[in-house]
Ligand binder design. Sequence first.
Ligand code: APR
Ligand code: PHB
Length: 433
Amino acid sequence: MRTQRTQVAIVGAGPSGLLLGQLLHRAGVHTIILERQTGDYVLGRIRAGVLEQVSVDLLDEAGVGARMHKEGLVHCGFELMFEGRRQRVDLHGLTGGKTVMVYGQTELTRDLMEARAAAGLFTVYDAQDVRIYDFDTEKPRVCYRKDGVEHEIACDFIAGCDGFHGVCRSSVPRAAITEFEKVYPFGWLGLLSDTPPVCDELIYINSERGFALCSQRSRTRSRYYLQVPLTDRVEEWTDEAFWDELSRRLDDEGRDKLVTGRSLEKSIAPLRSFVIEPLRFGRMFLAGDAGHIVPPTGAKGLNLAATDVKYLSMAFVEYYVDKSQAGIDAYSARCLRRIWRAERFSWWFTALMHRFSEDGPIVGKFQAAELDYLMHSQAGLRSIAENYVGLPLDFGEHHERQRSAHPSEFCGHAGSVEGEHSRAAAAIAARFN
Ligand code: APR
Ligand code: PHB
């Protein structure tokens, strides 16, 4: 048995684990990341690709934003289509200048992996049989096997960034967790192709034949989705059948512009809303898909993961630098407030845009009435736009602080993140190196 020591042991090298590692590294906090897959496997997973401004800012803060700014596409709006009619949601105009960034999760993961490697930080890929122990004590431990050798990591904290099927959440006694879950009666069949996107912006389509989404990764790479029954198998969907079905769900303009081609990837994903409460168990914290799942309508999954990680990194920095537990104690409630808002939006947007045949024709009529209202109401469009671009990081807290704090105290509170991180780096380096 080989033993190592770190401050924060991170389980999972998806976007949550890698971003947490990077933010903590910049603050001078030592981490080890354990990932059960290989790096190539992690990079082979195709996931969503729309980043809110808050996530873009976080990637900049983590020092990994350069390629995103060069290759990512800034989108100022998207389109909603219903009964063959389109309505543009002018994100920029309706939110006072906010936009989103289209940049694939795979690319972002690659940037984070490269930054970690360049900094010489320790990531164990292919870590088998990861187990977590004693997180309800002052001395948590994480064990794993690599190349047949057993390892143990002694740490101050464990960050469970190991996704929906990870080991961290399942190591918590059932009685300590409350689960909230909704499984939707359909899936999304996705296809990636090196073809120019059908439109400069994304199109969310509610058609009689089911939902479709026209998305993209670049000006030459498209990502499309179709609502399909959960009983469908991806092997049964030829590329031709996919393009044929997509063009039936589009309008005339879309059908004219659609460029088809060979698929680079095709997969079916189920849709689920899932949250657990709380997200902290003693010295173990869950972040990203380990603690919550949203249906992909609205692309909130990655953005929620990023903000969990931001709150968690701030909490650890507060602990090491200010010797304060406040951030750690507040972590779960702070995240959950934001999570539930995104869960609500994703559930609502999913319900608005998909066909629920089992509920009868009345649901289609409700959707038609709601879309008709939204498309003709500035207030309605603004509400979609505000949720789509995402809430600011301190949403809600700002008002509460303003109400409770003395004015001078409140002004004093607003320290810059950079300042916070360099203070942290100095203090922790002194202690740990
Ligand atoms: N031991 C070590 N690693 C594990 C274990 C385990 N027992 N179980 C899972 N993992 C790894 C997975 O292999 C994966 O690489 O944890 C990682 C979790 O990554 P993601 O599933 O991508 O989750 P997260 O990093 O939270 O990213 C959230 O990804 O799924 C999307 O919609 C989601 O976009 C959001 C983002
Ligand atoms: C994607 O590009 O994969 C994507 C975009 C927007 C969504 C979901 C997925 O709402």
